[in-house]
Design a protein around this ligand. Structure first.
Ligand code: GDP
Length: 592
């Protein structure tokens, strides 16, 4: 039986030594294998991919070249991703495609109601009676033109997609309740749409209400820099009522108008690329995903990869639950035939055949294991290096503060700072603690997050850590300005944080002559090292920090003790252990 080959990525050129590391074999074996193939090579000799692939195959691996990551330049990033996707296309191959719309706005301002009413009144004219399914997106036909709506309203979903490198939508409809006006999430939504460089159309909802005050809302919007047309600006504002079904046609008309101006296009005659809108496990049908095709056409039977997920389209359904065989650009389709459930926001790509799909997906999985690094690694200090190499010309900043009153001075002082060609770009400002939504926006816009007199939610902190986003917390305005200034001029002192290496629980306390007090401990996680610094934690707080004086297993001095083992620990100049104390080993690590 043919042996299953393990997938491995090998660069175009590599040395014998590096190849042996990649394959996790001895360099001698690699040299022997090369000799078997008539190639005499030394350990530091460079070999090309084809040669390396032969050796790899002999050793049970299937080699392929790394998939090039397309890194967008700053300039390109100022364009929506959908536009960038077309960069390699011949303009003659491009055809108009339906716009993809997302509804953003404050909670309870009527996003869901509007989505429902649009769906119910306008779904596929002439196909009345079809029961629409919630698959994460749907299409309507208005004046014989299609419009695609994303069904998950709110900027969190929109930005989560962008944070994963996918374009959320072409146009953002900002829903503002005419009786409630601009609220915190309205402001957030505006920032998120702006950061994504998508046009905004305002839907002024609930105009049926007695206390609706459209003029006041327009005033508030202009305070946010969204000047509506009848105030002399360029932002389209449509008064609507989801409840009374007022203004829905006008809203759709205006969406089509903006689309015409923007000329959304795609090449339908190429393999499909798109984004996952929703993924789930269905008890009878297995993993299912709703995919929105951005470019190309997806056909039943096409092989595809989505991150580390692969498969081929066994069947496709539209938002009415009807089976279809091909999905042109901007079409949302539910697909069956995936190896597992993908995440919303993951890139979808049709590929040549099942074999390539599998290889690419497995290659990504391997690479993911090899380089478990944060997706974005952005700190105030590192930015300076990027400024210097010309990779970044703008410092993107998100500011969260306790009260509105402190935001203005911070923002205006930061905006005044600029060093040479480098500008400071305020992506979002708001009151309240730093939330996950802020971090998503930071990831999507490569921004740093500054907090003034606020903290970061646990979830936000965790996410920032795993994604390599820097949160800087301050309670003195001057220090913010100072740090940003220093970052812009490369003067910022690195910051260090204590990183725990392991914990040991004190189970008993002894007195030992000449040593003093010794704690009989059990290492609960990580490792405790002889040369490490430790905190003594009691009731969750550090009551002492110092150096380990002795570390023993039974009577033996040891260099380290790992999780699951017992040991005796003495700490220099500390003699007040209590049972239940936790000894935390830590090292200082540079965080910026
Ligand atoms: P979302 O949180 O933005 O999705 O808001 P919803 O669509 O859930 O709407 C919040 C509330 O406002 C619900 O009770 C709706 O019935 C109500 N609502 C939505 N649109 C209108 C409208 O045009 N007029 C009135 N009077 N109420 C509305």
């Amino acid at each position: 039986m043919e042996k299953e080959l393990r997938s491995v990525q090998i660069p175009e050129f590599t040395t014998v030594r590096d190849l042996s590391t990649i394959l996790d074999v001895s360099p001698i074996d690699v040299i022997k294998e090369l000799m078997n193939n008539g190639i005499m090579a030394t350990i530091n000799q460079q070999i090309d991919f084809d040669t390396a692939a032969i050796v790899a195959e002999e050793m049970g691996f299937e080699a392929h070249l790394p998939i090039p990551e397309v890194e967008a330049t700053e300039e390109e990033e100022a364009q929506p991703l959908m536009v960038r996707l077309l960069a390699g296309e011949n303009p003659e191959d491009l055809e108009p495609r339906p716009p993809v719309i997302t509804l953003l706005g404050h909670v309870d301002h009527g996003k869901t109601s509007l989505l429902d009413i649009i769906r119910n009144t306008s779904v596929q004219e002439g196909e009345v009676g079809g029961i629409t399914q919630h698959i994460g997106a749907y299409q309507v036909v208005h004046e014989n033109k299609r419009i695609t709506f994303l069904d998950t309203p709110g900027h969190e979903a929109f930005t989560a997609m962008r944070a994963r490198g996918a374009q959320g939508a072409d146009i953002a409809v900002l829903v503002v309740a005419a009786d409630d006006g601009v609220m915190p999430q309205t402001r957030e939504a505006i920032s998120h749409a702006r950061a994504a460089h998508v046009p905004i159309i305002v839907a002024l909802n609930k105009i049926d209400k007695d206390n609706a005050n459209p003029e006041l809302v327009k005033q508030q919007l202009s305070d946010e820099g969204l000047v509506v047309e009848d105030w002399g600006g360029e932002v389209i504002c449509v008064p609507v009522s989801a409840r009374m079904q007022i203004g829905i046609d006008e809203l759709l008309e205006n969406i089509l108008l903006v689309s015409e101006v923007q000329e959304f296009k795609a090449n339908p005659n190429r393999p499909a690329v798109g984004v996952v809108v929703e993924g789930k496990m269905d008890r009878t049908r297995g993993p299912i995903a709703t995919v929105l095709v951005h470019n190309g056409t997806l056909n039943t039977g096409d092989s595809f990869v989505i991150g580390e997920v692969y498969g081929h389209v066994r069947a496709m359904f539209d938002y009415r639950g009807q089976r279809i065989d091909s999905a042109p650009p901007s079409t949302p389709v539910q697909i069956l035939g995936l190896s597992s459930v993908p995440n919303a926001g993951d890139r979808f790509e049709a590929v040549k055949d099942d074999r390539s799909a599998r290889q690419i997906a497995l290659g990504r999985a391997t690479r993911q294991q090899q380089t478990a690094r944060p997706v974005v690694d952005l700190t105030l200090e590192k930015l300076f290096e990027q400024f210097q190499t010309g990779k970044v010309q703008e410092l993107n900043v998100i500011v969260k503060a306790d009260v509105q009153g402190s935001i203005e001075p911070i923002v205006s002082s930061i905006e005044e700072l600029s060093a040479g060609d480098i500008g400071v770009n305020m992506i979002h400002r708001g009151t309240g603690n730093i939330s996950e939504s802020d971090i998503m926006l930071a990831i999507a816009s490569r921004a740093i997050v500054i907090g003034f007199n606020v903290t970061a939610d646990t979830a936000a902190r965790r996410q920032a850590e795993s994604e390599g986003i820097e949160i800087r917390l301050y309670n003195i305005i001057y220090q913010i300005i100072d740090d940003v200034q220093k970052a812009l001029t490369g003067m910022l002192e690195p910051q260090y944080a204590d990183v725990a290496t392991g914990h040991a629980l004190v189970r008993a306390v002894f007195r030992v002559s000449r040593v003093g007090q010794v704690a009989g401990c059990y290492v609960t996680d990580g490792v405790i090292m002889r040369n490490t610094r430790v905190h003594v934690l009691r009731g969750g707080e550090s009551i002492f920090s110092g150096q380990i004086a002795s570390l023993k297993r039974f009577q033996e001095d040891v260099a380290e003790v790992r999780m699951g083992y017992e040991c005796g620990i003495a700490i220099e100049r500390f003699a007040s252990f209590e049972e239940g104390d936790i000894i935390e080993g830590y090292r200082k690590e540079r965080v910026s």
